[in-house]
Design a protein around this ligand. Sequence first.
Ligand code: PGA
Length: 250
Amino acid sequence: MRTSFVAGNWKMNTNKAAAVALAKAVAQGAPKRIQVGVAPPSVYLDAVGQAMAGSSVLLGAQDVCQENNGAFTGACSCEMMTDLGVKFILTGHSERRHVFGESPEVVAKKAAKVLSCGFTLIHCVGEKLEERDAGKTLAVVEAQLNELDRQKASDAGPDRVVIAYEPVWAIGTGRTATDEQAQEVHAFIRQSLAKRWNKDFADRVRIQYGGSMKPENAKGLLAKPDVDGGLIGGAALKAESFLAICNAAE
Ligand code: PGA
């Protein structure tokens, strides 16, 4: 049985006071029988971690540098994340890929670093609208799964490997994939993971859905057999809507 994992990706939102207040409310209301996490802006990781001290909610980072240390202006290392109590790190988010221009090579290096430094990885995959319209969804997702290092993921084990399927056309647009569209790609991802590792490994990997998930559509998506939680953007910025999604997952 997979434990559902619902993570909030706050992106470049909140300020310090709002981040701390949101973290406290999430820590207080989060259901205990699933895994819940929040990824605040990195400058607030410390404050948010302290606000959630003693709770079961995991602290996550939205991005990290693929290098250990040195002349990388503006970047944060895995060691710094460890220092702050970070437990999971996102890689391959569509905004990193398409707004910041991260190449598959860079995404792959980041994912490998995250796994070898002992974090849980949330590796994001998903097609753009024109790719879906051209019938390329599964090929795009497959190529993005190729960014995962076989040996490093094996060594980390399936509990530390999480895939987030986020169709780019559904992120922040209010347009969600239908339950069936999500399930089709999630089932494909699991099959693909089984080919890379084995069925037992694939059966234990959590596959989150992301892209305009909100309390109104969460139940239907989360009821699908291969949807094991969510990566939530906009709806994670209010404790009420985020916790409603967490409760739907529970
Ligand atoms: P959204 O973002 O829920 O606002 O669509 C999801 C994400 O980008 O992780």
